[in-house]
Design a protein around this ligand. Sequence first.
Ligand code: ADP
Ligand code: MG
Length: 332
Amino acid sequence: MHDGSGRIVVQGLTKQFGPVTAVNNLSFTVEPGSVTGFLGPNGAGKTTTLRMLLGLVTPTAGGSTICGLPFAQLGNPGRVVGAVLEAQGFHPGRSARNHLRVYAAAMGVPDQRADEVLHLVGLGQAANRSAGAFSLGMKQRLALATALLGDPQVLVLDEPANGLDPEGIVWLRAFLQSFARSGRTVLISSHLLGEVEQMVDQVVIISRGQTAYYGPLETLRASQQSRVLVQPADPQALVAKLQESGIGSIEWTQDGRLAISGVDRKEVADLAMSSGIALYDIQQEVIDLEQLFFRLTSGQYSGAPVPSPTGYPPQPPGPSPWQPGNGWGGQG
Ligand SMILES: Nc1ncnc2c1ncn2[C@@H]1O[C@H](COP(=O)(O)OP(=O)(O)O)[C@@H](O)[C@H]1O
Ligand SMILES: [Mg+2]
């Protein structure tokens, strides 16, 4: 018997497809009562991970459990975990209600449950319409209704916001949060942080099959060392002055400004002033989560380094603060 905890545990999960390591030694835990976002760019390994969790792909190494058991040992798994995977098909001629009744019968739940779940996902009015003719957003809702048939304790959703209009996303957020607040577990994947930012309590961010960050979004936000961005008349002179006074660490931004961390605006402005260096612009960087997500995962597509702007000295690439394992991110 499963332990009824609603906990998802992924431990050292690895999947090799020939030469491609789709998932590489991935570990995380999802606790009941919360919504966890499983994030990464396309190709990061999200679907492969979820398919392993749901017993549809055999891991090369490692394993996972839901309520303390591997999926294959759950008995009647639809009663424990409801899943929505990418691109689910519906019998084109079958009504939404009949589609659900087929699954209800297979799972051993009464027919009337079909109407209950249609109501839950806001498709009550569309019960008799042919599912094949549904819009993408309605298909997502029907897939979610199917996942809810067995009244599961755990929901696993692969990119459920794809195809939803803004209203649908607001609805999905409210739905998943109330589902989680009833003490159940939600794991939801997305390649867009902004799409799920408002609905998740914690995130597992992966890049190239590996964890880039695992923890609350708030911690990720707070870990931000905000930088001072300046556009000096003479950047090299300002860099020299900053280095002389041992201030902060200095980087170039892609648009050719200096980004200085570990200082406030006043310190930089005073130093520039006392050194006779004009500043055309100075501001405190506002970090948005989407940028942070991009930095955390952009290694996946890293190609040629960003060229330094004409006239600026080339900068050796310093250690990036966006790597796991330097005290604020990474596993654990
Ligand atoms: N069945 C498969 N055979 C070979 N390669 C695969 C297979 N499934 C996924 N991949 C590869 O594994 C990597 C991760 O894919 P996927 O898990 O679908 O990522 P995501 O869902 O994050 O977009 C990609 O490089 C993809 O091409
Ligand atoms: Mg995917």
